[in-house]
Design a protein around this ligand. Sequence first.
Ligand SMILES: C[S@@+](CC[C@H](N)C(=O)[O-])C[C@H]1O[C@@H](n2cnc3c(N)ncnc32)[C@H](O)[C@@H]1O
Length: 250
Amino acid sequence: MPGHWLLASLGKRVLRPGGLELTTRLLDKLGVGQRDDVLELAPGLGVTARLTLGRQPRSYMAVERDERAAGKLTEFLHGTPGRCVHGNAECTGLASEAYSVAYGEAMLTMQTTQVKMRILSEVRRLLRRGGRYGIHELCIVPDDAGGEIREEIQRALSLNIHVGVQPLVAAEWRKLLECAGFRVAWEGRAPMRLLEPRRVVRDEGFIGAIRFAFNLLRRADARRRVFGMRRLFREYRQHLEAVAFVCEKE
Ligand SMILES: C[S@@+](CC[C@H](N)C(=O)[O-])C[C@H]1O[C@@H](n2cnc3c(N)ncnc32)[C@H](O)[C@@H]1O
């Protein structure tokens, strides 16, 4: 099972590297408001969807590749101006230039360079001119980190999380966005502390963190894997950060 779904099965809902704090900064910088038609790619368990809906956009659409997650979010969105479709961010089938804001978190990192580019070009097609796009992803630091350490991290994370993970350095994320026709307006960083107890409490709340800890205690196999992931994140602490960008379709 991929690491993010293992964490979800243990009750963890926030699955992005910079936690809710970086998400909130991202939404603030995107300036989501009542006149916006918002598109979220890969909403996962719908944590950011709830924050976005709290800002009362005119409409909200999500595209999620996992059928169960898409179904759960669809249930939650019942009775709201929001919709979620089960689909692929590379090729959503949605109407061109229908959105003023788009964003996705912790989803580009797990794609190859070609797929990253295809998703960015799909987002560009879906956004209106001047539309804002936000990402929140894993990045490698420093910017001049050598190829050897990058390959080592990529290999170790992919093996451990059971998903191909291809984080970039911040300058490469920026370049990718610019190559896809976006103008970068803001960059934010946060430490990568996804599985550190303090962050878990901040992201999941006290009760949520207790539930997560209790589930870890009950499930020895899952506990071994989660502790293995945390060990890896700690081992590469000096080289892993969360990065967010807000950019504009030119
Ligand atoms: C690490 S989880 C992050 C979920 C959520 N964005 C969060 O930050 O908590 C990655 C999510 O990306 C979704 N995903 C991956 N590739 C996708 C694609 N090509 N199209 C749509 N969703 C995708 C997965 O199904 C999963 O929900």
